[in-house]
Design a protein around this ligand. Structure first.
Ligand code: HEC
Length: 129
């Protein structure tokens, strides 16, 4: 009887621990993410709320935002038609190879090879509101 009770509890506990570990991981790579963003994305994208980027849409609050939806930005037809909500996973896919993920996109970025850097930059973006 005890084992049947204990098993789901252990499962729940390890799930919570796994989620906590993920959140902690993000916290530890955020400064790395800021650096990667400055080097790889900042030339085109602003993250300060309301600031206008050099070429790309402002990315403040991009996590959870609908693709191609920033008021006043002239998106490609491809981005307008993509119709997704930006989340960690699909932002990582976009920056891995923009032209493969959104064929016809205006984002002239070749892609980021390092999975660690992609994750760090997305962790950083999550904190830009
Ligand atoms: C050389 C300029 C340039 C660079 C570098 C660049 N982007 Fe972009 N980005 C753009 C442009 C232009 C668009 C709009 C694309 C379109 O309309 O097809 C865009 C779109 C996006 C979008 C979709 C936003 C929305 O409102 O739907 C995200 C997310 C994004 N970029 C993230 C990044 C990240 C993260 C990096 C760095 C790894 C990066 N970009 C590097 C120019 C750039």
């Amino acid at each position: 009887m005890f084992t049947t009770l204990r098993l789901p509890l252990i499962g729940l506990l390890s799930l919570t621990l796994a989620q906590a570990a993920l959140a902690a991981d993000c916290a530890t790579v955020q400064s790395r993410g800021a650096e990667v963003f400055a080097n790889e994305c900042g030339v085109c994208h602003a993250v300060a709320k309301g600031a206008v980027g050099m070429m790309g849409p402002n990315l403040a609050g991009v996590v959870g935002r609908k693709s191609g939806s920033l008021e006043g930005f002239n998106y490609s037809q491809a981005m307008r038609n993509k119709n997704i909500d930006w989340q960690a996973e699909n932002i990582e896919q976009l920056i891995t190879q923009p032209q493969a993920y959104v064929p016809g996109t205006y984002m002239p970025y070749m892609g980021m090879a390092s999975a660690d850097d992609r994750q760090a930059v997305v962790c950083y973006l999550k904190e830009q509101h």
